[in-house]
Design a protein around this ligand. Structure first.
Ligand SMILES: *Cc1c(COP(=O)(O)O)cnc(C)c1O
Ligand code: SF4
Length: 358
């Protein structure tokens, strides 16, 4: 279906044929709690005839979101515990998050910041709050990298982004600027010459971390948007969430990672889904995730391997939760598993030709 603007309510989703009329009442309740938006590019990708469509599952609200489990929390990764000033999250010594906006072009149903984003969320930083955030960065010489996230920072106009970049350009200890965004996929036309120029204008090393979860999201238009960034010297990495019913099978995951690499986006993180409220229908177990990630190793190019990470609830940061290939054995020896699961001693125990000569 072709639409010309984003769909932002269950009624609009119904009119576009993405939600049946009998579900309107239930979904109205969901929409009153969590923001809804699906961009034209994503509407076009959805197959309305497929009840399990992996794109619809990410963006079209579901009654399952009304089921809140006791272990779920409004701030699943503990941003607020590490926020010294509004808009800044400083959890690790050398880098901070700068959350200038709390709106997104799409609202992912599994979003870990779903209580903070959207029209009813934390909003956009006021001029004063932004001054305080930049003062914080400027007065902490250990901050080597600034990560713009939110929300989706690329919803800002090129002019506004240019202003933010000029302020970062003036802070010599900041060497790297990173953006976390879904825009190149969900609104690829936004990535135009003016936006690229604005991102580059800080004169620092600029990275864009692209959030996408299913290989179909890497449409020709999305790939072209990424090419405009990469061709202009902006490095790209990927960020995906492992989601039940979206990408939790070996084939889809391999295709997703290959689609990134073909687009010159280096797979970076595969996130275990966070304990955000009303998202249990997306979660699988860590053991299931480990098996899926182990299944990628060796079978597809090393370029296609993401790190499987969990953001530890409570604000303790990210941990690599992929299965380790190495197990300590006795006397400083190790057992190392190859990609087929076969174990090998390190250092090797068998005699070599070299041993016989000596
Ligand atoms: C995820 C995160 C980062 C970035 O972590 P990397 O491992 O460098 O990608 C930085 N700060 C906070 C608070 C985060 O949650
Ligand atoms: S784009 Fe990111 S911040 Fe926005 S709804 Fe999706 S996961 Fe949440």
């Amino acid at each position: 279906m072709n639409v010309h603007r984003s769909l932002k309510s269950p009624e609009e989703l119904m009119a576009a044929g993405l939600v049946p009329p009998e579900r309107l009442a239930g979904l109205a309740e969901v929409a009153s709690r969590y923001a809804v938006a699906v961009t034209p590019a994503m509407v076009e990708l959805i197959d309305p005839a497929d009840p399990d469509d992996p794109i619809a599952r990410q963006f079209v609200p579901s009654e399952a979101e009304l089921t809140i489990l006791p272990e779920e929390r409004a701030d699943p990764i503990g941003d607020l515990a590490h926020s010294p000033v509004e808009g800044i999250v400083h959890r690790y010594p050398d880098r901070v998050l700068l959350k200038a906006v709390h709106v997104c072009p799409v609202y992912c149903r599994f979003c870990f910041r779903r209580e903070m984003v959207g029209p009813a969320g934390l909003g956009t930083l006021s001029g004063q709050a932004l001054d305080a955030a930049f003062n914080y960065i400027a007065s902490h010489a250990e901050i080597w990298e600034v990560i713009l996230t939110g929300g989706d920072p690329l919803v800002l106009s090129a002019r506004r982004l240019g202003e933010l970049m000029a302020r970062l350009a003036a802070i010599p200890h900041v060497k790297v600027v990173r953006f976390h965004t879904r825009v190149p996929v969900v609104e690829p036309e936004r990535v135009d010459e003016a936006l690229v120029r604005a991102l580059k204008s800080c004169g620092k090393a600029v990275y864009v971390a692209l959030h996408a979860n299913h290989p179909r999201e890497l449409t020709p238009a999305a790939r072209a948007a990424c090419a405009r960034l990469v061709d202009n010297g902006i490095a790209m990495v990927s960020q995906s969430v492992l989601l039940k019913g979206v990408n939790d099978d070996p084939q889809t995951l391999a295709e997703l990672m290959r689609a990134f690499v073909e687009t010159r986006v280096k797979p970076y993180y595969l996130h275990h889904p966070d304990l955000a409220p009303g998202t249990s229908h997306f979660r699988l177990s860590i053991a299931e995730g480990q098996a899926l990630v182990a299944g990628l190793r060796g079978r597809i190019s090393g370029l296609c391997q993401p790190a499987y990470v969990l953001d530890i609830p409570g604000g303790h940061g990210k941990a690599d939760i992929g299965l380790s290939a190495v197990r300590p054995m006795e006397e400083g020896c190790y057992s190392v598993a190859d990609y087929r699961g076969e174990e090998h001693a390190y250092p090797p125990r068998e005699k070599t030709g070299l041993d016989e000569k000596t």
